[in-house]
Design a protein around this ligand. Structure first.
Ligand code: PLP
Length: 410
């Protein structure tokens, strides 16, 4: 059975801390967070760290903070080793030279290993540990038709001998083509249900969970992207994967004698950005996290990320609180909408493919890279800044966009 390949990461005193954390209800977590937000020094520490207004501690202090944060995560949360970690951190020398600085690096989270990789593998390390601990035998979740989250959840469920039920929403009534992530879901054996237009996936998920329970099964319901708490995920476990991702990135950058001034990512359901924001504040190394929206308005995403980040800090026992003003999001690169390819995105995909030999996707990383390139060209960064772009995956969607991409490729 493949699940034998999964192991808990070694940790000290894990069991007692895990029990302690799990006994805290989400309602209590939220009220603790609200209490924290009125404490001035807590707010100050979060704001200054995310805005980079503090003087930077030396590398030794950052390493100590990183070790302490890592121990904090390990002592509170179970984690599987689904993701292949650490993922490489590479220089983008050609792009850096073409744009004339800043120094651009790329963190290859497209190489996390789970069914073509992507950011969801880090999230699933924590989420599937929770599902397993709760005795789940079927995972129920939902998202858009070409969801990377659903594909990687289907793969994780397959590894662990669980079933996956995926509720997929379409954006219009055009014929459904089984390619890209949809094809992979089928190969992975997931039960993918394409919902009629206008159906509420949450209602359907709850109804299916009831049916599964009545049939004697143990469902684990988790919301889109594994970012927000709710249903069977009582703690922000997806974001936890990106708390540890920033620690990993800092450690790798340190070996290169660099400290990231900025980390740039595509942002959607907010868990990735929230985890990074919490780690950046805890490390106090002045790293700013820039989310490039692929769909929502900057205001809505800031609110969502601040909420998840505050819950994450709270779940870790960190005395930090975040407000939307602490979160950096650009929504200037969405174009005509989520998943709608545009010329800057296709240009960014082509440029990074031909300059660096790295494939970006048309929905998330291509759009985010078009944002990063524009921010460099419009002088947002200093030439001596160190900027890490996290490649969050999504590459199977390239094959869904084949014809459209070809219209732009020169
Ligand atoms: C490839 C890719 N990058 C980035 C994101 C955004 O991550 P988050 O939902 O945590 O904001 C997603 C979400 O589905 C994704 O599939």
């Amino acid at each position: 059975m493949c699940s034998a390949a999964l192991q808990f990461a070694p940790k000290e005193g894990m069991m007692s801390s895990v029990r302690l954390t799990r006994s805290r209800s989400p309602a209590r977590a939220r009220s603790m967070c609200a209490a924290a937000s009125v404490s001035t020094f807590l707010i100050l520490s979060a704001c200054t760290a995310t805005r980079g207004e503090t003087s930077r501690p030396g590398p030794a202090a950052t390493s100590r903070a990183a070790r302490s944060l890592e121990r904090r995560v390990e002592s509170r949360f179970d984690r599987l080793t689904i993701a292949h970690l650490p993922t490489p951190l590479e220089e983008m020398e050609v792009l850096t030279a073409e744009l004339g600085g800043p120094r651009l690096l790329i963190k290859r989270d497209d190489q996390t290993g789970l069914a073509f990789g992507g950011n969801k593998a880090r999230k699933l390390d924590y989420i599937m540990a929770d599902a397993q601990a709760k005795g789940a035998d079927v995972i129920i979740t939902w998202a858009g038709l070409q969801s990377n989250w659903c594909r990687q959840t289907a793969a994780a469920a397959a590894m662990m001998g669980m079933r996956a039920i995926l509720l997929l929403s379409r954006r219009d009534d055009s014929p459904v083509v089984i390619d890209g992530n949809l094809l992979l879901n089928a190969i992975l054996g997931a039960e993918a249900r394409i919902l009629p237009l206008g159906t509420d996936p949450v209602e359907v998920a709850q109804q299916i969970a009831e049916e599964e329970r009545a049939a004697g099964n143990t469902p684990y319901v988790v919301g889109v992207g594994g970012s927000s708490t709710g249903f069977d995920m009582e703690e922000p476990l997806g974001a936890m994967g990106y708390v540890t991702a920033l620690i990993e990135t800092h450690n790798q950058a340190e070996v290169r004698g660099a400290v990231p001034d900025y980390v740039v990512i595509p942002t959607g359901s907010g868990g990735t950005q929230a985890g990074l924001v919490v780690a950046a504040a805890a490390l106090r190394a002045g790293t700013k996290i820039i989310g490039i929206s692929v769909s929502g308005s900057a205001d809505a995403i800031r609110r969502n990320v601040a909420r998840i980040a505050s819950e994450t800090a709270d779940a870790l026992g960190l005395r930090l609180s975040f407000s939307p003003e602490d979160i950096i999001v650009f929504d200037d690169y969405v174009g005509e909408g989520y998943g709608i390819l545009n010329a800057p995105t296709a240009d960014a995909i082509q440029r990074v493919a031909r300059g660096e030999g790295i494939l970006l996707d048309p929905v998330y990383t291509g759009k985010a890279m078009s944002g990063l390139i524009d921010l460099v060209e419009t002088g947002y960064f200093d030439p001596d800044d160190v900027v890490v772009f996290i490649h969050t995956g999504g590459t199977p969607a390239i094959f869904h966009y084949g014809d459209e991409l070809l219209r732009y490729i020169r």
